[in-house]
Design a protein around this ligand. Structure first.
Ligand SMILES: *[C@@H]1O[C@H](CO)[C@@H](O)[C@H](O)[C@H]1NC(C)=O
Ligand SMILES: *[C@@H]1O[C@H](CO)[C@@H](O)[C@H](O)[C@H]1NC(C)=O
Ligand SMILES: *[C@@H]1O[C@H](CO)[C@@H](O)[C@H](O)[C@H]1NC(C)=O
Ligand SMILES: *[C@@H]1O[C@H](CO)[C@@H](O)[C@H](O)[C@H]1NC(C)=O
Ligand SMILES: *[C@@H]1O[C@H](CO)[C@@H](O)[C@H](O)[C@H]1NC(C)=O
Ligand SMILES: [Fe+2]
Length: 474
């Protein structure tokens, strides 16, 4: 795989993509493939996607009086020296304390959190605790205990290395997970992936509780117990999706995102955001900006003003990799949620090109798609320049909404495949973004039907700031 050229492989093709296209076009006269990128020939066995029943092993309540459950962590500050630990108790509030110590020391420290509760329809939540532990050492394994005084449970995590230009780091990517049998396969594949993700960038749509009558919030609890096996040990970075909105004006719930905001705290104040729905973090050599597709983003809105001030703050000599997460994709060639991201694209795409964003991850469409580096910023309503063009300053757009939730797969694609679409496939899976240094990151997508080590779509990313070269399929 030449450095200058494009490097993409699939488990079905061992020869170069360009040859593949030429051969196929000659042999099949395949308009679809000649026109755009690749539509995978892999066809997933059609089976119904159903939620795991309430008595499933993954939903088991931990034993013991008032035992903490639904334990999860996320980054707790802007640079990775703090962690937010969250958990739920059901019998009584119990202790808000987190006891923690580094593996190099026996000196135990304590941090105090707070708890909240909420009601939604006829559901009353347990006691939801959030506690931020601060001033941690970088690159260090910590143990922590919650449930002090009743049933104690112990977990651990490793803090990220100090923010810096050539610091390697491996992010997992999961979206639209839900709690079906397929969701469990996706999570297992992520856990078994030999590349060992160190933190998950989650692109929204967590539990899908709102698909149940009265948004049955018991499914928020079961989801959090299901994913505890990963998120209690490594941070998941949260993006809000449409299934987090939980808008229920008929019962007086006119403020959206109520269950999500009570359950999932994020360090938004550290990035001078005024809302937990949009914020940024630095982690290792990455600067990650999280946006809200379902909050106002027009000119003069808080999200717009925040992003306008935020992008110039990114120092690529400190964090070379600029990654954006959002729920609704801007470039999507499936017949599901088609054009839903268009209005936000119109507002923000010129900034993404100007500031050379490396990659944008989104979910929402329950399938997989990777774009070329394209932009559509020339367009305005009178000039008719409405076709996206190849642009090496533009991000690659990746839709990774294929976590496996109960709504099933999106398999109806627009035809022919548009030129901006480099690879698309209707399968469940997850991806890895493996930063090697300031110039190189290795990206791979893994479908659930394959063995754990198989990479279904791969591409080397060349950093947009440090290495202005072509890394897409043309
Ligand atoms: C809430 O209402 C639903 C539907 O009427 C019912 O099945 C459920 O048991 C109720 N839950 C509680 C906690 O009362
Ligand atoms: C979920 O996956 C785990 C790990 O592969 C397995 O042990 C468990 O039995 C699965 N549960 C269900 C309900 O599929
Ligand atoms: C950007 O980061 C580098 C490395 O940390 C630092 O030397 C430089 O002063 C920073 N630039 C600005 C404008 O803050
Ligand atoms: C796919 O989507 C298009 C556009 O919405 C629709 O016209 C077509 O009937 C759909 N095809 C199938 C098989 O559902
Ligand atoms: C960056 O990583 C790539 C891929 O591992 C490697 O080929 C390259 O030599 C590295 N660059 C430096 C300066 O180490
Ligand atoms: Fe969605």
């Amino acid at each position: 795989m030449g450095e200058l050229g494009f490097s993409s492989s699939s488990s079905f093709t061992t020869f170069r993509f360009a040859d593949f296209v030429v051969v196929l076009c000659l042999v099949l006269n395949a308009v679809v493939i000649c026109n755009g990128g690749k539509t995978s020939s892999f066809v997933r066995k059609v089976e119904k996607t159903i939620d795991m029943p309430l008595d499933s092993d993954v939903f088991q309540v931990p034993p013991g009086y008032n035992a903490p459950q639904q334990v999860h962590i996320t980054q707790g500050d802007h640079v990775g020296e703090a962690v937010i630990v969250s958990w739920v108790t059901v019998d009584e509030p119990g202790s808000n304390t987190v006891l923690y110590w580094s593996e190099n020391s026996n000196k135990k420290k304590k941090a105090e959190g707070k708890f909240n509760t909420y009601k939604f329809y006829n559901y009353t939540s347990g006691y939801i605790h959030h506690c931020t532990i601060r001033n941690l050492e970088f690159n260090t394994k910590y143990y922590y205990v919650v449930g002090i005084g009743h049933t104690e449970r112990k977990f651990w995590f490793t803090t990220p290395p100090e923010v810096g230009i050539d610091v390697p780091y491996t992010f997992g990517l999961i979206g639209d997970l839900g709690q079906s049998f397929d969701s469990n396969r996706t999570l297992t594949h992520y856990e078994m992936n030999g590349q060992k993700g160190q933190a998950v960038l989650f692109v929204g749509d967590l539990s899908y509780a709102d698909n149940y009558p009265n948004h049955d919030n018991v499914r928020w609890d079961t989801w959090a117990r299901f994913v505890e096996r990963s998120v209690a040990y490594q941070p998941w970075i949260w993006t809000a999706g449409n299934h987090e909105i939980d808008f229920a004006p008929e019962i007086g719930e006119t403020k959206p995102f109520k269950p999500f905001l009570h359950r999932y705290h994020v360090p938004y104040k550290a990035s001078e955001s005024t809302s937990p729905l949009w914020y940024s973090i630095k982690r290792a050599s990455a600067y990650i900006i999280i946006l809200s597709s379902y909050s106002a983003y027009g000119k003069y809105t808080p999200q717009y003003q925040w992003l306008e001030n935020e992008l110039p703050k990114v120092n690529r000599s400190e964090t070379p990799w600029l990654i954006v997460l959002m729920h609704s994709p801007w470039y999507n060639s499936y017949n599901y949620h088609y054009m839903e991201g268009e209005t936000m694209r119109v507002m923000y795409e010129p900034w993404f090109v100007k500031y050379s964003v490396d990659v944008v991850f989104a979910g929402h469409v329950h399938a997989y798609e990777r774009s070329e580096r394209v932009s559509n910023i020339a367009y305005n309503v009178i000039n008719g320049l409405c076709t996206p063009v190849k642009d090496q300053s533009a991000p690659v757009y990746i839709t990774i909404g294929d976590g496996g939730n109960l709504e099933g797969l999106a398999n109806n694609m627009t035809e022919p495949q548009p030129p901006y679409s480099a690879y698309r496939e209707a399968s469940f899976g997850h991806a890895m973004f493996d930063i090697k240094n300031r110039t190189h990151a290795y990206y791979s997508w893994h479908r659930n039907q394959d063995g754990y080590a198989v990479e279904a779509d791969t591409v080397w990313f060349f950093n947009r700031y440090w290495r202005q070269m072509v890394d897409s399929t043309n």
